[in-house]
Design a protein around this ligand. Structure first.
Ligand SMILES: Nc1nc2c(ncn2[C@@H]2O[C@H](COP(=O)(O)OP(=O)(O)OP(=O)(O)O)[C@@H](O)[C@H]2O)c(=O)[nH]1
Ligand SMILES: [Mg+2]
Length: 423
């Protein structure tokens, strides 16, 4: 964003007594969206009906807006439309919620048609959820010209938003059907699917690139990846499909989870999930982000998929006793510790992952020489882990770990008594 002066914003959160604030993350989100945070305000109180924050704090905020040349105020809280209206009127600058901020970032990062539609859908749904109240306000005449709406226009507006939601849903259905086909096609290969999941910025794309030698975009920003990418690679010699996808965040707006359901659904259908976490952050944060990720996985129906926790960025933990740190974390899942950036610990990651993903059978087969054997060997090299091939005088001896359908082909082609399942 060269030459562009960042818009100056204030961030605000009202927390109930005893509740922790989330302003650090909100600040990161602002940075990702290209805003400069010049003022922050936190208030502990129950919501005020008119402004969400109290009138006293509103006064302070108003002063800051004037004094610091702030052009937008961003709330961590989900302020109601009427509160948004009252706040904007008092502050004389627009007010935005965390949900809208996340939607803005998603929309900046959406490159594929699918991601664009998904975000549009989430935006419209958000609009729709608030439209009812806006329409109500407009009809009551309580706020003439609220968002430029009279009572008649309000109805038209509501119908229009609704109509667009229906139309986008239809387009997304088409994409979903297409993805189902792709998935079926993939399943025909009999190769397991491994999905990378985890909090945004944990290093999923970096790990994906290291494991596949790809060049998916990596950035120290939130929500860099929105469209899933799948590549075939090998784990401990066994071919797998590896998939990189959108990251999670605390209070990921439900509408985004819904809009991205087709994308996230892939994770639930995989044979193994690698749940990536930034282990270099303070432990409490690591724990919270893993919990959030596990909750999100449950909400998309992936709670029963085997999950390996990948504690990433250990290169930043120079001189730290990793064993001690990990026991302090107290994980209830299998884990590995790695640095995706420097490629540390990937051997162990591959071995553990390949144990957990299942789907391969270890066999020994003795095959006759001939065209069919050559064809099958070719297939094995592509879709199985070939441990050894020995060319004897009369036969070919193969040791391999293979998907079941290839094991079956081996069994059929083997000489009498020349086939054995070893593990
Ligand atoms: N030091 C260190 N930095 C890392 C490591 N892995 C990733 N990073 C950095 O962490 C940041 C985020 O990495 P990404 O791979 O984009 O993270 P992501 O999980 O794909 O993030 P989103 O797509 O935004 O959800 C980048 O600045 C990476 O360079 C690591 O092992 N060590
Ligand atoms: Mg990414």
């Amino acid at each position: 964003m060269e030459g562009k002066v960042a818009e100056r914003v204030a961030i605000v959160q009202r927390v109930n007594p005893g509740e922790r604030d989330n302003l650090d993350e909100l600040r990161e989100l602002c940075k990702t969206a290209g805003y400069e945070v010049v003022y922050q305000l936190k208030q502990v109180r129950h919501p005020h009906p008119k402004y969400n924050i109290g009138p006293g704090k509103l006064g302070e905020l108003k002063d800051a807006v004037k004094r610091l040349g702030i052009s937008k105020v961003i709330f961590e809280n989900e302020v109601k439309p009427v509160q948004e209206y009252n706040l904007a009127k008092a502050l004389k600058v627009p007010v935005m919620t965390r949900t809208q901020l996340i939607l803005e970032i998603f929309s900046m990062h959406a490159h594929s048609r699918e991601a664009k539609l998904q975000i549009k859908l989430a935006e419209l749904r958000y609009e729709l959820s608030r439209a009812k109240e806006k329409v109500r306000l407009a009809k009551m005449g309580e706020q003439p010209g609220f968002h430029g709406l009279g009572a008649y226009e309000a109805d038209v507006y509501y119908d229009e938003v609704h109509r667009r939601v229906v139309s986008i849903n239809r387009k997304l259905e088409d994409i979903k059907r297409h993805m189902d086909l792709v998935r079926l096609e993939r399943r025909r290969f009999g190769i397991p699917l491994i999905s990378l999941a985890g909090y945004t910025n944990a290093g999923k794309s970096t790990l994906f690139n290291t494991l596949t030698r790809e060049e998916v975009e990596v950035d120290d920003q939130l929500f860099t990846t929105l469209t899933p990418t799948t590549r075939i690679t090998r784990f401990d010699g066994k071919p797998v499909f590896l998939s990189d996808t959108v990251g999670f965040i605390k209070n990921l707006p439900t509408l985004l989870v819904e809009a991205f359901y087709a994308t996230l659904r892939e994770i639930a259908l995989s044979n193994l999930i690698l749940l990536v976490a930034d282990f270099s952050e303070p432990l409490e944060q690591v724990r919270e982000k893993i919990e959030t990720s596990l909750d999100t996985l449950s909400s998309i129906g992936a709670q029963d998929v085997p999950t390996l926790i990948v504690l990433n960025k250990i290169d930043r933990l120079n001189g730290v006793d990793l064993g001690e740190r990990v026991s302090e974390l107290g994980l209830r899942y299998p884990y590995v510790m790695i640095s995706a950036k420097y490629g540390w610990g990937l051997g162990e990651l591959e071995v553990k992952a390949s144990e957990m993903m299942g789907g391969f059978i270890k066999v020994e087969a003795t095959l006759p020489y001939g065209e069919q054997t050559l064809k099958l060997l070719n297939e094995l090299y592509g879709r199985a882990k070939v441990i050894s091939v020995r060319y004897d005088e009369d036969h070919v001896r193969v040791d391999a770990e293979t998907p079941p359908h290839l094991a079956e082909k081996l069994r059929r082609l083997s000489t009498d008594g020349g086939f054995k399942v070893v593990g």
